[in-house]
Design a protein around this ligand. Structure first.
Ligand code: ZN
Length: 247
C-alpha cells in the first residue's frame, strides 16, 4: 500500500534525505521491532523508532518505576513512581504516534519468552543491561535468522554493533559468557549517555530494516562521552562460538 497523504507530510523531512526516500519509508512502515527494557537506553530507542514511522513495536519491561529511574527513563511519568513501567511506556508511545501498533509485555526477556517474542518481529534491539538476557536474545535471533542491534553502556562509555545472521559474528563471539564483573545496578548512569546511545541504536535498526546507508554490521562502535572519542573496530567470529561458530 502506498504512503497516505498524511504519512507523506508527516515524514517528508526524512523522505527528502538522498537515498532514503519513499521506498525506505514504506519499508519502515511494513517493519516491526522488539525493544527489550524501556530504561535509559531502550526508552529513547523505542521513541526514535516510533518517530521514524516503524509499523509495529513489541516492547517489554518488568518491574515498577522507582525514583532513581527518573534521571534517564524518559518514557515514564514523574507521578508514575510505584507503578509498572511497561504501561507507562506504552501510553507515551501511543500519544506520540497514534498510528503505531504496539504490543507491550510487563516482563523482561528470558529463556521462556524469547522465542515467541523474537518470532513476532523483523529486528531486535536488546537494550537491556542484563547480559543473560542479551545472550538469550542473541541465540534466539541467530536461530531465527533475525538481525539484532546490540548496545550497552557503563558510566560514560558505550558500545554498539549490528548483528546480522549469518553474515556477521554474533554477540557471544564478543561476550563468550556473562562477565564476572557484571553487576546489574552497580554502574553509574548520566541519562544523556544512554539517551545518545538509544538514538544510535534506533538509527542502526532503521538502516538494517530499510537498507539505507552502512550499518555497523561486523563492526563495534565504542564511544567515551567524557571526552567524546568515537572508535570503530572490526569484529571476528570465534570458530568455537556455540551460537555461530563453525567448530
Ligand atoms: Zn558467535
Amino acid at each position: 500500500m502506498p504512503l497516505t497523504d498524511w504519512e507523506l507530510e508527516k515524514y517528508k523531512r526524512q523522505i527528502m534525505i538522498p537515498g532514503f526516500g519513499v521506498e525506505a519509508q514504506e519499508k519502515l512502515r511494513a517493519s516491526s521491532a522488539l525493544v527489550t527494557r524501556l530504561g535509559g537506553l531502550g526508552g529513547p530507542t523505542a521513541l526514535w523508532l516510533a518517530a521514524a514511522g516503524i509499523g509495529k513495536l513489541v516492547i517489554a519491561h518488568g518491574g515498577k518505576l522507582t525514583p532513581s529511574n527518573l534521571n534517564r527513563q524518559i518514557l515514564m511519568r514523574g507521578d508514575g513512581v510505584g507503578q509498572p513501567r511497561a504501561p507507562q511506556a506504552e501510553e507515551t508511545l501511543r500519544r506520540f504516534n497514534p498510528e503505531l501498533e504496539i504490543i507491550a509485555y510487563a516482563a523482561d526477556a528470558s529463556e521462556e519468552n524469547a522465542a515467541e517474542w523474537v518470532s513476532q518481529v523483523d529486528i531486535v534491539c536488546d537494550t537491556t543491561p542484563d547480559f543473560r538476557e542479551r545472550l538469550v536474545l542473541n541465540r534466539e535471533c541467530w536461530r531465527q535468522g533475525k538481525p539484532l542491534i546490540d548496545s550497552g553502556m557503563n558510566g560514560m562509555e558505550a558500545q554498539l554493533t549490528a548483528i546480522v545472521p549469518p553474515d556477521t559474528p554474533c554477540l557471544q563471539c564478543l561476550v563468550p559468557e556473562v562477565p564476572e564483573w557484571w553487576d546489574p545496578l552497580g554502574f553509574g548512569v548520566l541519562g544523556a549517555v544512554p539517551g545518545a546511545l538509544g538514538a544510535l541504536t534506533a538509527l542502526e535498526a532503521i538502516k538494517v530494516l530499510t537498507g539505507y546507508g552502512e550499518p555497523l554490521t561486523g563492526k563495534l562502535l565504542i564511544f567515551d562521552a567524557e571526552d567524546m572519542s568515537f572508535s570503530k573496530y572490526t569484529l571476528h567470529r570465534r570458530p568455537d562460538c556455540p551460537v555461530c561458530g563453525t567448530g
